[in-house]
Design a protein around this ligand. Structure first.
Ligand SMILES: Cc1ncc(COP(=O)(O)O)c(C=O)c1O
Length: 409
């Protein structure tokens, strides 16, 4: 049985000086409160150690960024070398152009690229580019989809005015008929559609695009001259190196990347087609740290390494191994589960559960055995997960399934 004394005593200290103790998605109230760690001490490859010294094989990968594993030697070497020259400066460095050229070379739809820090920067930017290009205001998005903390999309409404959202038109992901109706009813006003490559919101099984859904979005956008934006912030570089929609053979107009792009270094990118370059240049997009060169050097090294090792295929192999193993175990222990999403960004829920109690118990049992999953949010595989890691993980999950069966049937 692991203890988290240092974690919770630091959380007590934090609650005196930090609003909410730990703000946002890292709040321990969004894990298994009392039975999961609150603070990390260090991380390496596919593992991290919390401040109580507990070690974990990590399936959250910092909620996506760690695609090659923590503290990757080649990425960190590139970052250090750039840091000795210039990081944040008065002017951008050559890395800016090199990284834009690199993305244009890798992503088939990309003729240009522009960089920010967080996913929210580029999803907000992409919507503005769509408006600048079309001269229209409204953007269609899937109900419940997470695109960041911009007022137009944050799922939490505190401090947001309704006026900031009047131009967002929600529909149910994969409901092609509703989508078409919404589009037809507002066709003169629609600037664009923003979608994640598959449905991956928290507290929900993931859902792949239904046959024909993405094609309908593409075609109807073409018919009315609207811009098709893909928010690949979470899935980018875990399904396909050229943007996740390449896996489905559908080409969007703009793609937003972040998370995996810099293997943990803060960087995001919006890439787009030539026809949108004028509009893109008219939208004012800047920030004190947007051109910082260390994350760009890290991103260049990350892209090199991902290509060199074939990281997407590797993650699919490991992901299949985890999925097959866990599904066999669920079966053996009489647990009906939904294992959803691409195997590189998987999620497992217990069928027919209301209160997430089985998921929380399952995760708690895994934490006790040194494996870190999330009860309500999709997981991430990285290229640093070895076969040995997956085997060890499966020992933990087997014991966790057994415990769930004993305690909750
Ligand atoms: C699909 C998606 N879009 C946008 C964002 C926002 O990115 P950031 O938190 O870096 O602003 C996230 C973050 O989790 C995301 O998953």
């Amino acid at each position: 049985m692991r203890t988290f004394d240092k974690s919770y005593s630091l959380l007590d200290r934090a609650s005196k000086v930090v609003p909410g103790g730990i703000p946002g998605h890292q709040s321990p109230t969004l894990l298994v409160f009392g039975s999961s760690p609150c603070y990390v001490e260090r991380a390496e490859g596919a593992r991290f150690w919390d401040i109580d010294g507990n070690e974990y094989i990590d399936y959250m990968c910092a909620y996506g960024p760690m695609v090659l594993g923590y503290n990757h030697p080649k990425v960190e070497q590139a970052a250090r070398a750039q840091g000795q020259m210039c990081d944040t400066g008065n002017l951008p460095t050559q890395r800016y152009v090199e990284l834009a050229e690199r993305l244009v070379g890798i992503v088939p739809i990309a003729d240009w690229a522009i960089f920010g820090k967080n996913g929210s920067d580029v999803t907000t930017y992409a919507c503005r580019v769509a408006r600048a290009h079309t001269g229209r205001n409204k953007i269609i998005m899937a109900e419940g989809s997470y695109h960041g903390i911009g007022a137009w999309c944050t799922p939490f409404e505190t401090g947001i005015t309704p006026e900031e959202r009047v131009n967002m038109l929600p529909f149910q992901y994969n409901d092609t008929e509703e989508f078409k109706r919404l589009l037809e009813a507002n066709s003169q006003e629609i600037a664009g559609v923003i979608l994640t490559p598959f449905r991956h919101e928290a507290f929900h099984d993931s859902e792949m695009p239904a046959p024909g859904f993405l094609e309908t979005v593409r075609k109807t956008c073409d018919d009315i001259g609207a811009v098709f934006v893909v928010d690949d912030v979470r899935a980018g570089f875990r399904m396909h190196m050229g943007g996740s929609l390449e896996s489905f053979g559908v080409k969007p107009d703009l793609i937003c990347f972040s998370k995996a792009l810099g293997n943990g270094h803060p960087i995001s990118a919006c890439v787009g087609k030539d026809g949108l370059k004028d509009a893109a240049s008219q939208v004012f997009f800047t920030g004190s740290f947007f051109s910082a060169a260390v994350p760009m050097a890290a991103a260049l090294a990350t892209l090199d390494e991902m290509e060199a090792i074939g990281s997407v295929d590797l993650m699919y192999e490991r992901g299949e191994m985890l999925k097959d193993g866990m599904l066999d175990q669920a079966d053996e222990h009489g647990q009906e589960v939904n294992y959803s999403g691409p195997v590189t960004i998987p999620f497992m829920t217990f069928a027919g559960e209301d209160g997430w109690e089985k998921s929380k118990l399952f995760c708690k049992e895994c934490y006790d055995r040194g494996v870190f999953f999330h009860p309500f949010h999709n997981w991430f595989i990285s290229a640093a997960h070895t076969e040995e890691d997956i085997k060890k993980t499966l020992e933990a999950t087997n014991a966790a399934f057994k415990r769930v069966k004993q305690e909750m049937g």
